[in-house]
Design a protein around this ligand. Structure first.
Ligand code: NAD
Length: 320
């Protein structure tokens, strides 16, 4: 009998990590789930809590609090570990701390003989994904970040609501940095088979540009508003990570705007940034280069520059 178990290792059992784990349990995403956290007691407690739901789930998942050597047989390692920003602490200081945290995580994972796909959620996600790739020495096609996958899901929800269409029939992307410089290439946004811009044109003013601009602003600022209301965001990102994991384990060739290493695509290189990619068991099977208008290309280049500047700053900080 073939016993090829689909194993996922989750590093970082906080709000994001456990929302992801809970989504996986409910959707029977894998056969084995290993929980790792610097706070071992927390990982043990989370494993117990999830296991107590098994009797009511469709899943036969084996869940345990494990060690880095469990990564050896993993198909996917997901990282949502990180330190929270302290009051008065700069974004730059936080990044420096998270870089040190990642060094302590990536080394034992690679030493275990892990040969699967890295999926990173820790913020700033584009930079932490690049760091994961650099530290692991993995082929960049096997290192992806959640990028703007969640932002694109937020866009599909808001646009679907506005146009009274199921978000699953909205094909629109947020690209660029997962952060303030992200943007929506409206020239590529579709509802079913019709472009959003032509829907606007034919709507006799029922739909308008001002509203699209306010949707874009709502997408960009969603995290700030959720954090203000409930201190952290986790369900949406948990669902996004689960969906991407399913695409990898199921060899789906589904498209998500993940953070991927550009090597000439969009005229950029040496930067991990959110772009639509075909995801399957190889990780990033292909980066899709959508055609951008001149203005959209300028926004994309500005977003890449922002990321490159932050990486250079972080590398300087770490070398001191
Ligand atoms: P959290 O504080 O609840 O959890 C972080 C966990 O990481 C904690 O359990 C902590 O013990 C663990 N940890 C810290 N250092 C570790 C180490 N060295 N080894 C192993 N585990 C370690 O935080 P959260 O709300 O779960 O957020 C986690 C990360 O996800 C943050 O960086 C957050 O900004 C990010 N996030 C990303 C997105 C996205 O779209 N990419 C969305 C929301 C949150």
């Amino acid at each position: 009998m073939k016993t090829d178990k689909r194993r996922v290792v989750l590093v970082g059992c906080g709000m994001v990590g456990m929302s992801y784990a809970y989504a996986m349990l409910n959707q029977n995403t894998c056969d084995e789930l290993v929980l790792i956290d610097v706070d071992k007691k927390r990982a043990i407690g989370e494993a117990m809590d999830l296991n107590h739901g098994l009797a009511f789930s469709n899943s036969h998942m084996r869940i345990w609090a494990g060690e880095y050597m469990d990564c050896k047989d993993a198909d996917v390692v997901v990282i949502s570990a990180g330190v929270a920003q302290k009051p008065g602490e700069s974004r730059r200081d936080l990044l420096k701390k998270n870089m040190i945290v990642f060094k302590s995580i990536i080394e034992p994972i690679t030493e275990s003989g892990f040969n699967g796909i890295f999926l990173v959620a820790t913020n700033p996600v584009d930079i932490m994904t690049k760091i994961t790739c650099d530290l692991s020495g993995f082929n960049p096609r096997r290192v992806l970040g959640s990028g703007t996958a969640l932002d694109s899901a937020r866009l599909r929800y808001l646009l679907g609501n506005y146009m009274h269409v199921d978000p699953r029939n909205v094909h629109a992307y947020v690209i660029g940095e997962h952060g303030d410089s992200e943007f929506i290439p409206w020239s590529n946004a579709m509802v079913s088979t019709k472009s959003v811009l032509s829907i606007l044109e034919e709507s006799n003013g029922a739909f308008n540009q001002e509203h699209l601009a306010s949707i874009e602003e709502d997408v960009r600022t969603a995290a700030y508003r959720i954090i203000e209301a409930k201190r952290a965001t986790y369900y949406g990102i948990g669902m996004s990570l689960n969906r991407i994991t399913k695409a990898i384990l199921g060899d789906e060739c589904s498209v998500f705007t993940v953070s991927a290493n550009l090597r000439g695509e969009y005229g950029q290189s040496g930067v991990f940034v959110g772009v639509p990619c075909i995801i399957n068991q190889n990780g990033i099977q292909k980066i899709l280069e959508i055609s951008l208008t001149k203005e959209e290309k300028e926004k994309f280049d500005a977003s890449c520059k922002e990321l490159k500047d932050k990486i250079a700053e972080a590398e300087r900080d770490l070398s001191h």
